[in-house]
Design a protein around this ligand. Structure first.
Ligand SMILES: [Zn+2]
Length: 130
């Protein structure tokens, strides 16, 4: 990977990181200001409580995802620094350029990712199967 490309990838990753951080902060503000509870008013009943906790769950899940993305981006930046950015963590093969463009902070080549996802699907049986 030449310097030009790695420079471009680096600024792209930084930009993405900023975007995620910003949207996480905005989401956090909404949550902290208690908007949801305010909209429902002081007299909310059990049913409303269920809605509130559902929304809060959703927000937590979202933050978890954002935190995971930021971790992945940091990891990608680290790998960019030590020159292993486009090397698959699993099989040491080069990760394809198209794949890096689509998922700039991936750690795995397409084969390994597909393998990993197949394993995960087997580990978590889908609800539809029941
Ligand atoms: Zn691989």
């Amino acid at each position: 990977m030449n310097n030009m490309v790695s420079h471009r990838v680096r600024s792209m990753l930084f930009e993405k990181r900023e975007t995620i951080l910003k949207s996480a902060k905005d989401g956090m503000k909404t949550m902290l200001s208690g908007d949801v509870r305010e909209i429902l008013g002081p007299g909310f009943d059990e049913c409303d409580m269920a809605v509130i906790s559902q929304i809060e769950d959703m927000q937590n899940t979202l933050f978890g995802k954002q935190a995971y993305m930021i971790k992945s981006i940091d990891e990608a930046l680290r790998r960019l620094n030590n020159g292993t950015y486009n090397i698959c963590d699993e099989c040491d093969e080069k990760i394809g350029e198209a794949r890096l463009k689509a998922v700039p902070f991936t750690r795995y080549c397409r084969n390994c990712q597909e393998h990993y996802e197949a394993l995960r699907r087997m580990a978590t049986p889908s609800r539809h199967a029941l």
